[in-house]
Each structure stands twice: as C-alpha cells, then as structure tokens.
Design a protein around this ligand. Structure first.
Ligand SMILES: [Fe+2]
Length: 270
C-alpha cells in the first residue's frame, strides 16, 4: 500500500505530495485522502513522477473523469485525453489569469499539468485562490457581480484552434461570475478573462477593462502561489476556486512542454 505524505506549500494554500507513484494502484482510502487534500489545499504538487501518457491518464482518473480537450491538434495520438501545452506550433504561454475551458457547459473541475521539458530558468506556473479573490473585492464590486453572467466563447484570434474546434464550440456558454463550489459549498470568483467576451447587460467594450479591474482587486501576493517546476512534477489545480497563468518570462528559444489532463466538472451554479 502507498503511504504518501502531504506537506503544506504556501502560507495559505497549496500542498505537495511525496511518496506517491501514480503508475501504481492507489488504495481507495488514499484516493479519498488525496481528493480531500485537493479540496482543502486547492493546488497539489505530486513530486517525482515517471509516467507514460497512459499511466498519467490512469493515475489522474483517481481524481475524476478525464475530459477531451479542445485544440484537437495537440492531443497525444496514443492517449487523446492527454494534450500538449508547448511554446511551439503557434501556441503561446497563457500569461493572463484564467480558469480552463469555460466555453464548455460543464467546464473542467480540475486541470492537471505534468512537466516533460523545461527551460533552464523560469517557465513557472502561478495560481491564485479565488475564494480569497472574491473576499478581496470592494463592497461595490462584490455587489455589482453578484448576479452577473459571462458569455464564454473561444478567443477569435487564437491560431491553435482548428475549424473543427470552432464548429464544435460555436455557441457562447453562460456562467455565473460568483459560483458555489459543489463540494465545499464556498463561493468563489469565476471567469476566464479572455473567453468571457461578453457579460449580460454590459456593453462589449467595457467587459475586458471591467474583468481586468476585478483581477487587480482579487489577486494579491497573499492569495497567490508560484510553482517553479521540477521535471516529474504533476500539479493539480481545482478550477472551481482558482485561476492560473503561465509566466512567459523565460527564453522562448528553449522548449517548454507540459502534458495536460482536464477532469469533467459540473455546470457552475451561483
Ligand atoms: Fe490554463
């Protein structure tokens, strides 16, 4: 039986898991402990993994149901539930704060990244706790967003989406800006800054500055966490209460490759 140890990472959220091999069976009691640790800590860093794509997929299925990702060209042929995140093939680091795949009716509850190739320096991924992000808003902003709904679509200018991707996700999807986490019952601020192209009742040109201002208010050093990658790290982030971004400040001549899995989530509710 595996007996992983879970250690706090940041002052306020995030934990690392050591002594766990995702390629091996995990006892149900340990699976339950890890899932609870994700709810409690929002981000888990599982150290020292050496996995094939299929092992990665099967190991992460202990946390939920892997979900097919858009960007069909980046799915691994040998295991389509695993996609590549790479600074090549017109893909750019996602440098703005966001939560993944909000153009889906049931966006992923978690995003999982597995470091495969890293630049010599930099290439960090940053996370922010959006339970705290909601609390950080001014009273006026909090009241203003209480009943607002975003309309989420694929970014029109992103060259990594195929015509097939765009056909499949042509319809804008509505989500509440304040969502209640289906497992913890706590409220969090919820939006993808570049997929929320519109907000019900707001003129389109006002949307992006409005969202940028909310992010400025919401994300402070106290509720953010910077992950400096080591090869073999697997990082799980609870997308229902966190946003993330890639720090693009590294030598783009060097390749950075992460494998990504996303896990099926629920339809967000207020
Ligand atoms: Fe992302």
């Amino acid at each position: 039986m595996q007996h992983p140890t879970i250690n706090p990472l940041g002052d306020t959220f995030g934990a690392e898991v050591v002594g766990l091999d995702l390629s091996q069976p995990i006892e149900p009691a340990v699976v339950e402990e890890l899932n609870q640790a994700l709810l409690d800590n929002i981000v888990l860093v599982i150290r020292d993994q050496d996995l094939t794509a299929q092992e990665f997929r099967n190991g992460m299925a202990n946390f939920g149901e892997p979900m097919l990702q858009h960007r069909e060209a980046f799915r691994l042929p040998e295991c389509p539930d695993v996609s590549r995140i790479i600074n090549r093939e017109k893909m750019r680091p996602a440098a703005m704060w966001h939560t993944d795949h909000t153009n889906h009716e049931r966006p992923p509850k978690a995003t999982i990244l597995y470091a495969r190739k890293l630049p010599a320096e930099g290439g960090d991924t940053c996370f922010a706790n959006m339970y705290a992000g909601l609390d950080n808003l001014s009273e006026d902003s909090r009241a203003q967003i209480e009943d607002l709904v975003t309309l989420n679509s694929m970014e029109p200018n992103n060259p990594t989406y195929s015509a097939g991707d765009r056909d499949e996700f042509a319809q804008a999807v509505r989500h509440p800006m304040v969502r209640t986490h289906p497992e913890t019952g706590k409220k969090a601020l919820y939006f993808h800054v570049s997929k929320a192209l519109d907000i019900d009742g707001m003129e389109t040109p006002k949307v992006r500055p409005f969202l940028d201002d909310l992010l400025d208010q919401a994300i402070k050093p106290e509720n953010s966490l910077r992950h400096h990658w080591t090869l073999g790290d697997v990082v799980i982030c609870d997308n229902r209460c966190a946003v993330h971004r890639a720090d693009p400040n590294y030598d783009q001549a060097e390749e950075r490759l992460l494998w990504r899995i996303i896990l099926q989530g629920d339809k967000p509710v207020k």
